[in-house]
Design a binder for this molecule. Structure first.
Ligand SMILES: Nc1nc2c(ncn2[C@@H]2O[C@H](COP(=O)(O)OP(=O)(O)O)[C@@H](O)[C@H]2O)c(=O)[nH]1
Ligand SMILES: [Mg+2]
Length: 352
């Protein structure tokens, strides 16, 4: 069984050495532990530092595409390099490398496909009260949309088995953490979580320069995810809210009519009608969104199968560079990539 630990990095030359020093090279129950750094167009010496620190594989994106894109490129490369299990951790040494076996346990025991490290954020001292509140509220929304019980939905310390990695395909630009949980909840991926510890803060968050940015970006992400994955629920709720206000305004109008006072209240009639039209439009949006969400699930299933075919054919990972140590698993030719069993004639037939 092969584990690849992947680390998304953007300009991490200072923090990366400590993070790498903390990572395990051997774990009971795992035959090979390899490290992969995703360099997302860093302008500093991240890649050199990664190689000096003994990283086995590098995925080097040419320009900065954001954490979610980097994470997805990493998952894809890990699968093609033959990983049976993939752990994601952050470059700022926030998570404790020694906790990786805890993350792996539910997967190795066959109880889960995806495991999320729970930082127990209420106990983290450097999280402001607003951040804690949003974390709690955002996590509750994600749990509801995903039908899972994940406590710390924004944690970047996670483990995935091959099945989970094959099924997850994040489209958000900014954050993969919330969307991947919702996808997992909707696909055939069993999600579990385990408590983990964190190291003291080493630097300010790059993803969220301020609490206001944290609130804004996570708020927008949660709204988008809800609109993408639960459009009917979201828009029907909006429709009911608008229609309820419209009904109150109409009731007021008819009250006056019954009292014999029919003059001067036309505004209420117009406003009530407008709100009712808006409510109907919300319902229409919900129905259209629901149809789109259905076809999205089908597309995702197709994509999952395309990935399986790619692995079978031994298609090489994109933007791949070997790291410091030769592992014997570098995908020098497609057919050698990872555990690929693809036949040369298949590849030739498809002109890959
Ligand atoms: N691929 C990619 N990774 C990034 C980017 N910005 C930050 N990261 C990585 O995302 C991880 C988390 O970033 P961090 O600043 O610690 O944010 P935090 O999760 O709020 O603590 C680190 O490994 C960063 O190197 C980016 O633009 N692209
Ligand atoms: Mg961090």
């Amino acid at each position: 069984m092969k584990l690849i630990i992947q680390i998304p990095c953007f300009n991490e030359e200072h923090a990366l050495p400590d993070t790498l020093r903390d990572l395990p090279r051997e774990i009971p129950g795992i035959d090979a532990v390899e490290w992969l750094v995703i360099d997302d167009g860093s302008t500093d010496r991240t890649v050199e530092v990664a190689r000096a620190g003994g990283v086995d594989h590098v995925v080097r994106l040419t320009n900065n595409r954001g954490l979610a894109a980097g994470f997805q490129a990493g998952l894809d490369a890990c699968l093609k390099l033959g990983a049976d299990v993939i752990v994601n951790t952050d470059a700022d040494n926030q998570y404790v490398g020694g906790d990786i076996p805890k993350l792996l346990a539910p997967i190795l025991e066959g109880r889960a496909d995806m495991v999320i490290g729970d930082r127990e954020t209420d106990r983290i001292e450097h999280f402001s009260p607003v951040k804690k509140l949003l974390q709690r509220w955002g996590s509750a929304v994600v749990r509801r949309a995903s039908d899972t019980r994940v406590a710390d939905t924004t944690s970047g310390f996670r483990a995935y088995n091959r099945e989970a990695a094959l099924q997850i395909q994040v489209v958000s630009k900014f954050t993969y953490t919330l969307e991947s949980i919702i996808q997992a909840g909707k696909m055939l991926v069993a999600v579990d979580h385990v408590p983990i510890s964190t190291n003291p803060k080493t630097r300010e968050s790059r993803l969220f320069p301020s609490t206001a940015a944290y609130v804004r970006r996570n708020g927008v992400s949660i709204f988008r995810i809800y609109a993408l994955y639960e459009p009917l629920r979201l828009f029907l709720a909006a429709a009911m809210f608008t229609a309820a206000i419209g009904a109150v305004i109409w009731a007021r109008f008819f009250w006056f009519v019954i009292q014999g006072d029919s003059g001067g209240h036309v505004q209420s009639l117009i406003l009530g009608s407008t709100l009712f039209i808006v409510a109907v439009q919300f319902v229409a949006l919900g129905v259209v969104g629901d149809i789109l969400a259905g076809s999205r699930v089908l597309q995702q299933r197709i994509l999952e199968r395309v990935r399986r075919v790619e692995l079978h054919l031994g298609v090489e990972p994109s933007h791949y560079e070997p790291g410091a140590r030769p592992t014997g698993h570098e995908p020098t030719t497609g057919a050698q990539a990872g555990r690929a069993t693809g036949k040369t004639e298949d590849r030739e037939a498809l002109k890959l």
